[in-house]
Design a protein around this ligand. Structure first.
Ligand code: PMV
Length: 312
């Protein structure tokens, strides 16, 4: 059995969401893949194919491990442990999991949440206990909390429920209707610009020190108010770029990110950094008439480009 799981981007409202304002997130078709198969032995084998790493454990060991001691395997192992515990079975048959992912890591796209949610779906299905999305999202959130110490529901919820979500006060609302239909028809580029120099928590702490941040967050909220009623790519792109320049005022952009946003704005409908900042990724709304030029200009910047669409 193979489970494909999306990643996510924040379309608007990163950082503002930490202060009780809303953010809009979207599941995208840059996916991770979890392949699970039965083993005759009482073992669990995990293969991280992209990293060329493998781990073998005894099935009975799983419930007593501390996943945080297992490096790159920690999210997957924690997801296995919590899922087996939640479905409340004494597992008899072992399994092998092969993980591959197209999602760049540590740049705000939710690569670990994607592996976590995918593992929960795969393991629960493997033991014939199909879980509801609400249960999967909750388990995923618990896993992120256990591994990171602190978590927001943004990644695990967006990746579980897919489509478009409004996040506010660590709660979510699915956005449907015209706005979603509009986004379904949008083509985006995710541009991995550079490695993040700081962790999300550090960037959040730095933003906390900015005096006029509340003013900036109110402007961002205003942008969202307009964006969710705009079913026009040109206007939507302009709002993305406007959000970017407000994020720049929060000091979380970098010269290279700004350069890519400029290109995205000139050869696309608009662009912004996505996620915590300090490097990482830019999202560009593609104008198909100028797509070739856009790609040509971006390719001069030594960046990684991923074409993507909303995943429902
Ligand atoms: O870690 P990232 O890049 O997905 O960014 C999270 C978004 C923030 O608003 C900066 C933090 C948060 O917890 O919402």
């Amino acid at each position: 059995m193979v489970v494909e799981t999306p990643s996510k981007v924040i379309l608007f409202g990163e950082h503002a969401v930490v202060y009780g304002y809303r953010a809009i997130s979207m599941a995208i078709d840059l996916t991770s893949s979890i392949k699970i198969k039965k083993l005759d032995k009482n073992e669990v084998i995990l293969n991280l194919n992209d990293l060329n790493k493998s781990l073998k454990l005894n099935l009975n060991e799983i419930k007593n491990i501390n996943p945080n001691n297992f490096g790159d395997f920690k999210y997957c192992l924690c997801a296995i442990k919590n899922t087996i515990d939640y479905i409340n079975i004494e597992p008899k048959s072992g399994f092998e999991i092969n993980i591959t992912s197209k999602i760049p890591v540590s740049c705000g796209l939710g690569s670990s949440a994607s592996i976590t949610i995918g593992t929960i779906r795969a393991v629960s299905k493997f033991y014939n206990k199909e879980l509801k999305d609400d249960e999967i999202a909750k388990l995923g959130y618990m896993v992120e909390k256990e591994i990171q110490g602190k978590a927001s529901i943004t990644d695990t919820s967006t990746i579980t429920y897919r489509g478009i979500l409004e996040i506010k006060n660590n709660k979510f609302k699915k956005i449907k209707g015209e706005f979603k239909d509009f986004l379904k028809n949008c083509k985006f580029l995710i541009v991995y610009v550079e490695k993040r120099k700081k962790k999300t928590a550090e960037l959040v702490n730095e933003v906390a020190k900015i005096e006029n941040k509340d003013e900036i967050f109110k402007e961002i909220d205003n942008i969202i108010e307009n964006a969710i009623k705009t079913y026009n790519k040109d206007d939507f792109g302009k709002l993305m770029t406007k959000n970017h320049y407000l994020l720049k005022k929060l000091n979380i952009s970098t010269p290279k990110i700004d350069k890519v946003v400029e290109i995205g704005n000139k050869y696309g409908f608009g662009a912004k950094l996505t996620g915590a900042g300090g490097g990482g990724c830019v999202i560009i709304l593609v104008d198909e008439e100028k797509e070739k030029e856009l790609l040509k200009e971006l390719n001069k910047e030594n960046v990684k480009i991923f074409k993507c669409k909303m995943l429902n």
